[in-house]
Every structure is written in C-alpha cells, then in structure tokens.
Design a protein around this ligand. Structure first.
Ligand SMILES: *Cc1c(COP(=O)(O)O)cnc(C)c1O
Length: 455
C-alpha cells in the first residue's frame, strides 16, 4: 500500500504542465525547496513606492538585491522589483551589480549602485563601461575610480558615502575636507560625475527606543551637514539617500530623492519590534518547505542527535527533516529539553507539520546536524498520519495563528539572529522555484530566467 502523503504547504498553483514538471523534478533533485512568489515581490515593491508617495513624488526607490537578493535569487527578484516600480537596484558586491547588467537589465531600465570593494582590485573599468554607479568612501577609492574613468575616457558616476554615525564605510566629518580636496577638481575636470550623497542608518528599526531615535536624529543632522559642505565646495549632490526599509516605513522626512529598502521587498519588517509585515501591507515572498525522511517510533528516554541534549520525554515518533546547517539551518536553532540539570530548555526552530487532526507546530529536537535535523512528533506517527515523504513547512508568509505557520522571524528568534541571516544563509543547493513569473514579467524578462525554475 502506498501511504498518502500530507502536505503542510498550500497547493501550489502551477502555470502550466511544465511548471508542475519543474516542481516534481526539483523535489526529486533535492528534498527541500524555496518557493518564491514573484507576485508578492512585485506587490511589496509597489507598496514601498506607494509609501514614498508614488512614482511621481520626487522620491525614487532602489530595490536592494545584494546577497543573491537576500537568498531569493538575484535576477528573478530584481525583475520583480522593477515590475513593481523600482527604478534603481543596489548590490553591495560589484560582482552582483555586473551580473544584473549581464542578464540584460540595461541602463535604459534602471540605475544600479554598488558599494563594497577595496580600492586596489575592483573591476572599475567594467563597472563604468556598464553604466554602474559606484560609491566612493575612501581616498584610495576616489583615486581608483578616477584612474579607471581616465583610462576609459568616460566620467564615472559616483555617490559620495559619508559616515554620519554608522561607523562602517564613508568619510567622517573630520576626514571630509581631504575627500573634498580630491573630489572637487575631479568633478570640475569631468572625470567624476557626482551623482549622489549617501549614508546608512544604525538603528532606524527601533522607533520605540528613545535613545535610538535620538541617535538617528543625530545621524540625520550629520548627513545634512555633509550636504552643506558639498554645496559650499561646489559639488552639490543631485540626489541624497539614507533610508533603508525601516526609515522608508517610519521616517518620511528622510526619504529625500531616493530610498533603499531591502528586507521590505522580500516582505518582512526589519525588526519584529516594529510590528508584523501585514501592518505595513507587506507579504513574505518565500516559503521554505522540505519532504520528511525516516519516520519511526522510539521509546521514552531515547537520546536524539549529537550530544544527547534531547531525550524523548515519552514514547513517541520522530521524523527526519533532510536539511541541516550545511543548508543554512542555524545550529543555534537546535532544541533542547529540560531533562537533567545541565540541559537548558530551549525551543528549537519551528516546523509546520500536517496531521490528520490539522497542522501542528513541531520543533527541532536536539542538535541540528550537517544535512538533517530531527523532530519529536510528540505522538504516534501512525495516529497523526505523518509519513516519510510528507511535505512540511519551515517557514512561509505567516498566515496567522490559526494556521500555525512559522515565519523567518520565528526561525530568527529560535536561532538568536535576524530574518536577514535566515534567508541569506540558505545555500544554493536548495532549489529556488518561482511562482507567478508569467503574471509578473513580460516575455522579454521571462526569457532571462532559468525555465526549469518556473512553476
Ligand atoms: C542592506 C542595505 C540596505 C537595505 O537594508 P534593509 O534593512 O534590508 O532595508 C540599504 N542600504 C545599504 C547600504 C545596505 O547595505
């Protein structure tokens, strides 16, 4: 008898027989899949554009697609962001900025900004030749960009990065005089085109903490001081940008000419302290699902996984979820029980499991291994109707309490991190599959995607 498998994720709506075949092929290839809804990405971007006042407000929106679009897939996410009204894309690493242009996203469609490099080994020539804007935040960086622009005999479009208090990249107020001394003659000579002035906020996601609000206010004042100094030096920036998702959602006074949301595009608020995604009309775009491996009965007191940190409290069944820390499941999301004095009670990462009585939230029991982790089903698998091959959900859009559906925020809580790290750690051996591609993208853009990835 073939056991009927239960499914803890929605029945995916495939666009075609090919989409269904792609899904089945991905499930054969790997026992876990990331399903990314391109319609959600597009709608999230449209909502962020709405938040800054719409397409004609004078504030443009840059979709931040660094780190493979926070693990969602660089090109599909970038195209969905453009479909939603983004007119800029941002990628920290120049490699990814170049991949966007190589995929055929030309300067006629959007500006692209990149900002992480060391001034000695970055492909500035290629960046300038591909109409990619670059950040300058160090004297060595200015020299290197200028040298490349001279070689190409073409002005480099630069955004001057200022350190308004974040303490990462950019010129400090003290160091800015030296930067201006280099920038002004290069701008006058036409080697550099000073497009922007920008900076990054340290704690914009804590609107409830007065101390943090005050430090953000100080960053804004500092940012404006830098603008005044650029104006006085005769190189006023054409556009200024400071707002990440948090400030895009909560600080309209600093939208300036451009905002740079990242996590909001993927449907999450930057910090659960700010509320839920739905309070900002955002919808998490990714569902992370897996098919169960071995399901079996074990006796009470059975040690589960390395270190025997979890001992089954009762006779029970266990199920293997076939992804582990080599897939990006944080080992810190391991779950321990309360047996014995040394054992700390700690909730492991949550997994939505479908049973004959409806969905139940199970948790990682014991340590996460390299390629798998174990769930204590807290009951008999036969009675619960749980079988090898069932599809379980690690996280999804979070359809409310009644659905018992975890989100990446819940995994972040279990792992002691933030949703950003949950997404970006998911390895590329896990297939990324895309829903609603043909609804969101025109034929020209659809052709830029791997056809095997479309559902
Ligand atoms: C990542 C990043 C952003 C986007 O931040 P979110 O919190 O994801 O909105 C914006 N600007 C810079 C410089 C970044 O590195």
């Amino acid at each position: 008898m073939v056991a009927m498998t239960l499914n803890a994720v929605p029945d995916w709506k495939f666009s075609s027989a090919e989409g269904k075949a792609n899904y089945e092929a991905a499930c054969r290839r790997y026992p876990a899949q990331c399903i990314v809804d391109l319609a959600a990405l597009k709608d999230n971007m449209a909502q962020l554009v709405n938040v800054v006042g719409g397409p004609n407000s004078g504030t443009a929106v840059m979709g931040i697609v660094k780190a493979d679009a926070y693990g969602h897939g660089l090109i599909p996410a970038a195209l969905a962001a453009l479909a939603g009204g983004a007119t800029w894309l941002g990628a920290a690493q120049s490699h990814e900025a170049l991949l966007l242009r190589k995929a055929g996203i030309g300067p006629d469609r959007c500006h692209i900004l990149t900002w992480v490099y060391n001034g000695t080994a970055v492909p500035f020539d290629e960046l300038i030749a591909n109409d990619i804007d670059v950040s300058v935040g160090s004297l060595a960086g200015i020299d290197a960009v200028a040298a490349a622009a001279r070689r190409l005999d073409r002005p480099a479009r630069v955004h001057v990065k200022v350190d308004s208090g974040f303490g990462r990249n950019g010129f400090t107020p003290q160091g800015f005089e030296a930067a201006l001394n280099k920038l002004v003659p290069l701008a006058k000579e036409g080697v550099l085109h000073i497009v922007g002035q920008w900076s990054h906020l340290a704690v914009a996601d804590s609107p409830d903490v007065p101390e943090f609000v005050a430090s953000t206010d100080r960053q804004i004042e500092s940012f404006k001081d830098f603008t005044r100094r650029m104006e006085q030096a005769g190189i006023a920036p054409e556009i200024r940008h400071l707002a990440n998702t948090a400030a895009t959602l909560s600080r309209p006074e600093i939208h300036f000419e451009l905002t740079r949301p990242g996590i909001g595009l993927y449907g999450y608020e930057p910090d659960p302290a700010m509320g839920t995604p739905s309070s900002y009309r955002l919808k998490p775009a990714m569902t992370f699902q897996a098919q169960l491996g071995t399901v079996k009965d074990v006796e009470a007191g059975h040690g589960i996984s390395y270190g025997r940190t979890y001992l089954t409290p009762d006779n029970t069944s266990t199920a293997i979820v076939p992804v582990g820390y080599a897939d990006g499941i944080h080992r810190s999301a391991s779950g321990f029980d309360m047996q014995g004095a040394e054992h700390v009670q700690k909730n492991g990462g949550p997994v939505r499991v479908m049973t004959v009585d409806g969905p139940k939230l199970m948790r990682v029991s014991g340590r996460v291994c390299m390629d798998q982790f174990i769930l204590d089903l807290h009951g008999s698998a036969a009675e619960l109707g749980v079988h090898e091959g069932d599809t379980v959900e690690l996280f999804g859009p979070g359809r409310g309490e009644a659905f018992a559906e975890p989100t990446a925020d819940d995994w972040a809580k279990a792992a002691g991190t933030i949703s950003y790290e949950i997404f970006t750690c998911l390895r590329n051996r896990i297939p990324r599959l895309y829903l609603n591609a043909s609804k969101v993208l025109d034929g020209r853009d659809l052709a830029k995607l791997d056809p095997a990835s479309l559902l």
